[in-house]
Design a binder for this molecule. Structure first.
Ligand SMILES: Cc1cc2nc3c(=O)[nH]c(=O)nc-3n(C[C@H](O)[C@H](O)[C@H](O)COP(=O)(O)OP(=O)(O)OC[C@H]3O[C@@H](n4cnc5c(N)ncnc54)[C@H](O)[C@@H]3O)c2cc1C
Length: 299
């Protein structure tokens, strides 16, 4: 077993005074430089000896990095350095994006959420990242900033593998836009960890649903899973079952089974693949049943 180092390895800390300076540093130093946000993932990996960057580039102070802006036209724009707690107590987020509140509040403890950022959670690209399934079902767009300016990356294309995201060398994530979801939508994030006090997900399931007259069932659902595949995933097969068939308990069960089939979990210290597999089905079923019950109330 690998033991953590007695202390963090040596590194230089640079608080970038501009986006250009941060990009220059990332380009100049390459893999020897890392962006620092809350450090709740980064310092753990450095302490474990998995990473030993020479330079940590702090960009939390750059303009827009810690702001939350909502408009009915453009949806919710969240700076990458917004902490989990700041997001979860923002009145617009509470009002219009309760799914995001549920996802962020499932992360670790209140104390950790005071430092942990939404951008850090997504950039860390852990298969277990709790805000990733919400980003997938809300079809968020991530803005990367680099030497050529800004580019937008759909959440569906952001997660490339365990710990690997779609940012290119010299780029950083500046903000996340959660586009305005369809009218009348409802959502849930359900998670199982090893304890109720906050732990990485054994399984996480985000479900959202909304009325859609163009769908044969009159409704569409989106489902995304955490911690059961090399990246967080959307489950289009299950979504299609719910769009094509009148929603009943049996159809919800069929969709939950499709989610289970899409999962490719592994055994690890937190749970066996077999347990994860069973829980994907159960959490998807529960999430769909909850969302369907809320949709029916307003139908
Ligand atoms: C005790 C404990 C419990 C935890 N529980 C949970 C949990 O329940 N659920 C969960 O999802 N996570 C959990 N985590 C993991 C962690 O807290 C979250 O992933 C957190 O959101 C990371 O954010 P951060 O700001 O600390 O990122 P950092 O640690 O600062 O950064 C994480 C990684 O992303 C890179 N990065 C960060 N921001 C950017 C950016 N803007 N552009 C480019 N690269 C960037 C960094 O270089 C680093 O590699 C836990 C961690 C600990 C220590």
């Amino acid at each position: 077993m690998k033991l953590p180092l007695p202390e963090l390895p040596q590194f230089d800390y640079i608080k970038a005074e501009s986006a250009e300076r941060a990009i220059d540093l990332l380009q100049e130093k390459g893999a020897a430089a890392r962006i620092l946000m809350g450090g709740t993932d980064l310092f753990v990996r450095m302490r474990n000896g998995d990473l030993a960057p020479d330079v940590l580039v702090d960009i939390k102070n750059l303009p827009g990095m810690d702001t939350i802006v909502f408009s009915k036209k453009d949806g919710l724009t969240v700076g990458a350095a917004v902490t989990m707690n700041a997001l979860a107590r923002n009145p617009d987020v509470l009002n219009y994006y309760p799914l995001l509140v549920e996802a962020t509040e499932s992360v670790a403890s209140y104390q950790l959420r005071n430092r942990a950022t939404v951008g850090g959670n997504l950039c860390n690209a852990s298969p277990a990242a709790d805000t990733a399934p919400a980003a997938l079902v809300l079809e968020a767009e991530l803005t990367a900033m680099g030497s050529k300016g800004e580019r937008t990356i759909p959440a569906m294309e952001f997660f490339k593998g365990p710990g690997v995201n779609a940012l290119e060398a010299g780029e950083f994530l500046s903000r996340i836009n959660y586009c305005n979801p369809p009218k009348g939508w409802k959502g849930r994030y359900l998670k199982i960890g090893r304890n109720a006090g906050g732990d990485l997900a054994i399984v996480g399931v985000a479900v959202m649903g909304y009325p859609d007259k163009d769908a044969p069932s009159d409704f569409r659902f989106r489902i995304a899973l955490a911690s059961v595949a090399p990246t967080p995933i959307r489950v289009h097969e299950a979504e299609e079952i719910l769009a094509q068939n009148p929603i009943t308990e049996t159809v919800i069960g069929m969709a939950a089974e499709a989610a289970q089939e899409a999962a490719t979990p592994i055994d690890d210290v937190r749970a066996s693949a077999r347990y994860r597999n069973a829980m994907v089905k159960e959490l998807t079923r529960r999430g769909l049943a909850d969302v369907w019950s809320s949709l029916k109330k307003e139908a």
